[in-house]
Design a binder for this molecule. Structure first.
Ligand SMILES: Cc1cc2nc3c(=O)[nH]c(=O)nc-3n(C[C@H](O)[C@H](O)[C@H](O)COP(=O)(O)OP(=O)(O)OC[C@H]3O[C@@H](n4cnc5c(N)ncnc54)[C@H](O)[C@@H]3O)c2cc1C
Length: 398
């Protein structure tokens, strides 16, 4: 049975690995001319995602490539900085956590699959017909039994299958730029926070440079075109005007950076993400909000479950797709709820919210881990959305 996957980042190669292991014939098409290795940002693998890495024999490689960011410094106006141990924060959220650059994770997954899976770079799906014929931008046409969109938040496969689906803006924006490591960061993320704005810089042991990260909230959506990078840099300058410390330097560096990413933080709220022979996985299907919803772990679990259900149902998509959606729907809903809370937590809007955040982080720093975990659990399921996920064992279906 032939499966086409669109997108070679995280969910695409991971799905390809499991489908190949279950005996499917897999092709991955990626729009970029080669594996992306230019920018990217840190992503989080929580407990269930790491369990899947264990089952793929990749946990050690993933761990060896972790960013190594061990502390987070919050700088506030006229107050002493707050320093937080990252491991304590993440331990409250999940029993297991690895932060890794997305491009490093993609590379590990690609290297692990490239001998068994066909990868086609520099192309994209142009049309999917009802009988399984797929036409590509390059002009070629091929026949596949199933098509899976793993092509991210602004998925092309989703647009071709469902038309224009609304991405719900959740009140904030984010920008990431590749910048020189002017602070000589050594396992530290350095941030400056004001009501409604957070600017920071972090690096990874695997990177020669650093990433400037900007998060800010607005009352109304901003007016810009997603291709107009000059306007996006201008909006960034406006949003962070008047902030002191190293923020002007970071904004200048981001304004000059060759690799610059700017987007609204939005959430997909589709109740189903399969139609006919086509389904979606990862951010393309259920992105809860980049940087605030733990979406990488969700993408990993989603891809694993989709492959498992296809194998368990002998490739019958009419049974496998609903089973896949049912299996992860609760996790998707918890992630959406966490993102809505997370966006307000990560970008506190008022002075008292900033104070509440820094006070909480100070407490996390000093309280015993067991107490932090208990408090996180009390903060409803949305504080620990990952650890309740049972990673089903599909190993015997392959
Ligand atoms: C700035 C930023 C910060 C983030 N921070 C975090 C974080 O702190 N923690 C966390 O867990 N997650 C974070 N995320 C989210 C995380 O990156 C995603 O959840 C994760 O990468 C999802 O993987 P995916 O494979 O589903 O999609 P993506 O990683 O988005 O990959 C989609 C792939 O599809 C390809 N593609 C796109 N269009 C086409 C097309 N037409 N044809 C073929 N291929 C196509 C793209 O080139 C890409 O390779 C962040 C995201 C962003 C943007």
């Amino acid at each position: 049975m032939r499966v086409l996957i669109s997108g070679a980042s995280v969910s695409g190669p991971l799905l390809a690995y499991w489908l190949n292991r279950y005996g499917f014939d897999v092709t991955v098409v990626e729009r970029a001319p080669s594996l992306r290795k230019t920018g990217g940002h840190g992503v989080d693998l929580f407990s269930p995602a790491m369990e899947i890495m264990d089952r793929m024999g990749l946990a050690e490689r993933v761990k060896a490539a972790e960013t190594g960011t061990s502390s987070l410094v919050y700088r506030r106006e006229g107050r002493r900085p707050v320093r937080v141990e990252m491991s304590r924060v993440f331990a409250a959220v999940s029993d297991r956590h690895v932060e890794i650059m997305r491009d490093d994770l993609s590379e590990i997954l690609y290297e692990h699959t490239r001998h068994d899976v066909e990868y086609v770079f520099g192309d994209s799906i142009a049309e999917i017909t009802g009988d399984g014929e797929v036409r590509f931008d390059s002009g070629s046409a091929r026949r596949f039994d199933l098509v899976v969109g793993a092509d991210g938040l602004h998925s092309n496969t989703r647009r071709l299958t469902f038309g224009q689906v609304r991405e719900e803006w959740i009140g904030a924006y984010l920008a990431v730029a590749s910048v020189p490591d002017h602070l000589g960061l050594d396992g530290e993320m350095d941030t400056t926070i004001r009501p409604g704005r957070m600017a920071g810089i972090y690096s990874s042991r695997t990177l020669p440079d650093a990433r400037a990260l900007f998060l800010f909230s607005t009352d109304e959506p901003l007016d810009y075109h997603y291709r107009d990078v000059d306007r996006q840099r201008e909006l960034l300058r406006e949003a962070f005007a008047g902030m002191g410390g190293n923020v002007p330097k970071l904004v200048d560096a981001a304004a000059r950076a060759e690799v610059f990413y700017f987007d609204e933080i939005s959430q997909l709220r589709m109740d189903t993400w399969s139609r006919g022979r086509v389904t979606l996985v990862g951010d393309a299907a259920y992105c809860p909000g980049p940087a605030v919803g733990g979406s990488t772990s969700l993408a990993v679990v989603g891809a694993y479950v989709l492959a498992g259900e296809l194998a368990a149902n002998g490739g019958d998509h009419e049974r496998a797709y609903p089973a896949y959606e049912k299996e992860i729907f609760a996790y998707v809903q918890r992630s959406r709820a966490m993102a809505l809370k997370g966006v307000r937590r990560v970008i506190p809007r008022t002075r008292s919210d900033v104070l509440a955040l820094t006070t909480t982080l100070r407490l996390v720093n000093v309280l015993p881990l067991a107490v932090n975990r208990a408090l996180a659990r009390l903060g409803s399921g949305t504080m620990r959305p990952h650890d309740g996920v049972v990673v089903k064992d599909y190993r015997f279906t392959g």
